[in-house]
Write a new protein. Sequence first.
Length: 259
Amino acid sequence: MTSPSTQPATAPPPAAATAGVAVRLEDVHKQYGGAPAPVPALRGISLTLPTGSFTAVMGPSGSGKSTLLNCAAGLDVPTSGRVWVGGAEISTLSPDALTRFRREHVGFVFQDYNLIAHLSVAANVRLPVVLAGREPDLAWQEELLAEIGLTGMEDRRPGELSGGQAQRVAIARALFSRPTVVFADEPTGALDSRTGTAVLTLLRKTASRLRQTVVVVTHDARVAAASEQVLLLADGRLVDRLDEPTAEQVTARMLTLGR
């Protein structure tokens, strides 16, 4: 076991320092509510995730997993501290600029797929690029659908898909814009354990071949075991990291955090 890499929160890193870094947090705190008793959700999180890495985030209920994802993805703003995605410090962006940045540089995969029912598989995959006003790369779409195992399903509607197939569409959609990082929040929660593990294993392999950075929040040790590293949170703090863990190792460590 090793601790996550950290760097002092002084000045913004030079360009050379951000090369090969997809996500970087420095002393990130997040509180909810105001005086007299704000509730701390994150307590000084610092971490660096390399480009092309596949990371799972775990912890007991209330440990700050979803808050960490939201702050790292620009869905929420830290109370204090700094967040970079690629070479851009997103913690200082205005709400409008942050929305534009997410559209261009961040992909999302959620538990409930969030597919548009009346659109085909292909149209759902292209949707973020179309909404951004860019011309879809149809050759890339064909390559990605083949990579994710959806060739021949381009014209199907979400209602004609199994849960595993629908989640593959959501993954393809997240990857289609070639974002700096893909965040997945409990992406297998609606799937049975066998299908969920298969989907996450596929995502890891696909992300590795495409050099895509992925961060997954999960409560499932078998899902976490598909990652390269597991970051463990407790009470809003980053307390440990497991490299290339087995499901048994993750379960054992989670049990100690729950005591």
